[in-house]
Design a protein. Sequence first.
Length: 196
Amino acid sequence: MDLDAAQRAELEELTRAYGAPRRVDAPITPFFDPVQRPDRFGEVCMVIRRRNGKIPLSIKTFYPRGAYRLPTGGIHHGERILDALRRETDEETALEVEVRRFLAWIIYRDVSIPEGPPLFHTLAFLLDEVGGTFKTRDEEEQIEDWIEVAPSALADVADRLDHIASAPSKNIGGDWADWGHFRAVVHRAVAEELSL
């Protein structure tokens, strides 16, 4: 889905405020959730640096075992990106945070139409914990567990996601291997940005 003028203008504002993100064009095999959901054009990815320097990763109840990942949340049509980032951070972690860097902008395209229009966008931000008590507020998220990893471990997380076995899933409306490849992209981009 191409971005509209307001979304592009906000991305320019965010770039001026938080730095130019790493841009990645990623060919993927489309699946339904979240890539083809009609209620969103993209998602924010929350790279939360806790006071101990580690980054929290979550796993949902229906994920393949071991498929921990950075938390993400949908940006709804008409919603400002920064508003979605704050709302989703609060819903998933209840932490008070400060935005530090705009890390990555991933543009996903259908692998069978590499020059076609974008299917979906992931916008990743580095956030510093400044207060609050870590807990998941939104039970509908189905988050089963959290772990914390060093930023240097995110490349390994990407590799694990990239190697999820193929299996159909009604929960995502597609194949887990395709989902794993999709999820690996932002972890790799964030790992590269944080290593600079």
